[in-house]
Design a protein around this ligand. Structure first.
Ligand code: PGA
Length: 255
């Protein structure tokens, strides 16, 4: 059974005080639900205070990026050992990092190995651009990105991570993929996992959809059998909408 995950990607938003406030508001609205994993991914400076303040709340915490080296002369970066104890997950290869900060399939793969080596769980993001989508290259793009990101990992490692399908044209645009399309591409991710590591790995690895998810469309997305959750940007910055999405998902899963 793949447990559903609602992952809030707060991106470069919220001060520490605002982040603590948002987490507390969400907790007030959702309470103790265990049917859905609630993962909050704040800016890295908020991880430590958030960890301390939410210890008795059912949140997991995630970082939005990290370096693959353990330490060294990499000004501005943070490393997997620094995140140990503060974060459970690390988002890797988000399209904003690929487009704006030079992230490549190769660096995503290095980071995925490094994060797993430090007992953290990667959320590996893949997604096609609008041009690739219009040229009919969605399947080939996603297949290549998944294969490259997971290169050299064993089946057990893959089962512990999460893959997020995030079409670039749907991120922050208000134009989500239809539930059916999102479901089909997440199904394709599972086909690639099956080819790489067999059915057991493909059937147990969680695959999320991300891109303009909100309370209005989350039920249809979560009803897709190959989708195990959402990576939520804008709608995770409002306690009401994020809490609503957690509750709707718990309802879809009978929780
Ligand atoms: P969005 O962002 O929900 O605001 O489209 C999703 C993401 O970038 O993870």
């Amino acid at each position: 059974m793949r447990k559903p995950m609602m992952a809030g990607n707060w991106k470069m938003n919220l001060t520490v005080a605002e982040a603590l406030d948002l987490a507390r508001q969400i907790y007030r609205l959702v309470g103790e639900t265990t049917a859905v994993e609630q993962l909050l991914c704040p800016p890295s400076v908020c991880l430590h205070p958030l960890k301390a303040a939410t210890d008795d709340m059912p949140f997991l915490l995630g970082a939005q990026n990290c370096h693959w080296q353990e330490s060294g002369a990499f000004t501005g970066e943070i490393s997997p050992p620094m995140l140990r104890g503060l974060a459970d997950y690390v988002i890797l290869g988000h399209s904003e990092r690929r487009q704006l900060f030079g992230e490549t399939d190769e660096t995503v793969n290095r980071k995925t190995h490094a994060v797993l080596a430090h007992q953290l769980f990667p959320i590996v993001c893949v997604g096609e651009s609008l041009e690739q989508n219009e040229r009919g290259e969605t399947s080939s793009t996603i297949t290549a990105q998944v294969r490259a990101a997971l290169d050299g990992l064993n089946g057990e490692q893959i089962q512990s991570l999460v893959i997020a399908y995030e079409p670039i044209w749907a991120i922050g645009t208000g134009r989500a993929a239809t539930a059916q399309t999102a479901g089909e591409v997440c199904g394709l991710v599972r086909v690639v996992l099956r080819e790489m590591h067999g059915a057991a790995v493909a059937d147990t690895t969680r695959v999320l959809y991300g891109g303009s998810t909100k309370p209005d469309n989350i039920a249809a997305i979560m009803e897709q059998s190959d989708i195990d959750g959402a990576l939520i940007g804008g709608a995770s910055l409002e306690a009401d909408s994020y809490a609503e999405m957690v509750k709707i998902t718990a309802g879809v899963y009978g929780g």
